[in-house]
Design a binder for this molecule. Structure first.
Ligand SMILES: Cc1cc2nc3c(=O)[nH]c(=O)nc-3n(C[C@H](O)[C@H](O)[C@H](O)COP(=O)(O)OP(=O)(O)OC[C@H]3O[C@@H](n4cnc5c(N)ncnc54)[C@H](O)[C@@H]3O)c2cc1C
Length: 403
């Protein structure tokens, strides 16, 4: 890593946020020959990031993620229903990789630096001011104010950044909060996903082994993630899966719907900041990287034509919506349906999926994709027995409203 450099004005592209998506954008644009500055408000790479780092094999292959930043691979997961029934879903070959998120962030930044990008750490972008020929970034670097000129800006600030408020692009329509802890395990081999209102209302909790006797335990929940995480840790101690419930927590948020608009005058928003996240699982790394590539291609076209207007940059939003739009819509619909289910209905749906052969069918079919949930969602919602459970749920909801 080259460390902080003095700012030379103006740069072609200022990338705000040095997470994986910002670094991917910086890498692509630097490779294309543009002068790219990346502003990252953190002073250096944190050792613990609130992310489990699970990505698909497709993501690993597409982005050639090296084994040096992969803790381990997983062929599937065991789903634990609200009543504690274990439903394993597994294939013969690895379906996912669990990344060391800190090492991955560092590697992705190093790659961008090798391609020519410059990183400014401890530099928080506070405000953006549009001018005739570019954007002025008001930056606070270790408390000292600085002004930087950029021809274009890519915002990749992750979840909940204050900077987004003043951009006039709207906010993520819905979101969920998460908490996670690193723990010591006893004989745990598989990824386990826990469902039910006592674990994580509306969402799920997880136990993800990362290495020898180490795992990440976390929850995404509509309400009080730390309280639910404490409870899940206690349960895992009682079940003899982890050594202690005492561990520091990290916190983060996940948008469940995209931003109203992801482009503006000389500006694009990418990754979690744009809401490019799978609404069913909260996974945002792969979709964010894909959108980073599309953002870089759009800016390249804008530089070639000299047209940085919103009308021209709207092509970026059209491109990513073509690729991900229906996945995000279907995933969000399925998520909302799931959130209506009571614990006993969740149990019934899992039981039906098992006994009707749906899980076995999906394990064998190419539809079971870690990243593309549309086909799986269709399969589940078109299954006649599941339709029957959902119909009874609908009637139940109507009855409740009538009371
Ligand atoms: C509990 C939890 C578990 C998750 N598990 C997974 C998982 O298993 N798989 C998966 O794919 N995804 C997962 N995610 C989502 C994943 O973490 C994000 O989608 C991913 O990190 C998005 O990358 P990004 O680069 O867009 O944003 P980030 O990684 O959040 O990076 C944004 C960066 O911008 C910086 N920044 C913010 N504001 C400013 C500013 N004004 N100036 C300068 N810098 C700024 C921040 O410091 C940060 O480093 C999880 C999320 C949570 C909360």
């Amino acid at each position: 890593m080259t460390g902080n450099k003095s700012f030379k004005n103006p740069c072609d592209v200022a990338v705000i946020g040095g997470g994986p998506v910002g670094s991917q954008t910086a890498y692509k644009l630097s490779q294309m020959g543009y002068r790219v500055l990346v502003f990252e408000k953190r002073p250096a790479f944190p050792a613990h990031i609130c992310c489990t780092g699970i990505v698909s094999r497709e993501c690993v292959e597409t982005y050639e993620i090296p084994t040096s930043v992969i803790y381990r691979q997983a062929n599937g997961a065991t789903l634990i229903t609200p009543t504690g029934r274990a439903v394993p879903v597994e294939r013969d070959t690895p379906q996912a990789a669990i990344l060391d998120r800190s090492a991955f962030n560092q590697l992705w930044a190093q790659r961008a630096v090798s391609a020519g990008a410059e990183y400014c750490y401890g530099a928080e972008v506070k405000n953006l001011k549009h001018g005739k020929n570019g954007i002025t970034l008001e930056v606070s670097q270790q408390g000292n104010p600085a002004s930087i000129q950029a021809k274009t800006v890519v915002v990749s600030t992750g979840f909940g950044a204050r900077l987004m408020d003043g951009l006039g692009l709207g906010a993520a329509g819905d979101f969920v909060m998460g908490a996670q802890a690193e723990v010591e395990t006893k004989n745990v081999d598989d990824v386990e996903v826990y469902f039910g209102s006592k674990v994580a209302p509306g969402f799920f909790g997880w136990l993800t082994p990362t290495g020898e006797n180490k795992a990440l335990v976390g929850v995404l929940s509509r309400r009080h993630p730390p309280a639910y995480l404490r409870s899940l840790l206690g349960r895992l101690v009682d079940e003899g899966k982890i050594v202690s419930a005492k561990a520091p927590f990290t916190y983060g948020g996940v948008p469940l719907r995209p931003l109203h608009r992801t482009y503006g005058d000389r500006l694009l928003v990418v990754g979690t900041a744009a809401g490019q996240v799978k609404p069913l699982t909260g996974g945002g790394i792969y979709y964010g990287l894909l959108c980073a590539d599309m953002a870089a291609n759009t800016l390249n076209r804008a530089f070639n034509s000299g047209d940085f207007s919103p009308a021209h940059l709207a092509g970026y939003e059209r491109a990513w919506k073509r690729k991900l739009g229906s996945e995000l819509r279907n995933g969000y619909f399925a998520r909302r349906m799931y959130e209506l289910l009571s614990d006993s209905q969740i149990d019934s749906v899992f039981k039906l999926m098992k006994t009707s052969g749906l899980i076995e069918e999906m394990e064998k079919s190419d539809d079971l994709s870690f990243d593309w949930h549309g086909a799986v969602v269709n399969r589940i919602f078109n299954h006649r027995l599941i339709i029957r459970v959902l119909k009874s749920l609908y009637v139940g909801q109507k009855g409740k409203k009538a009371v």
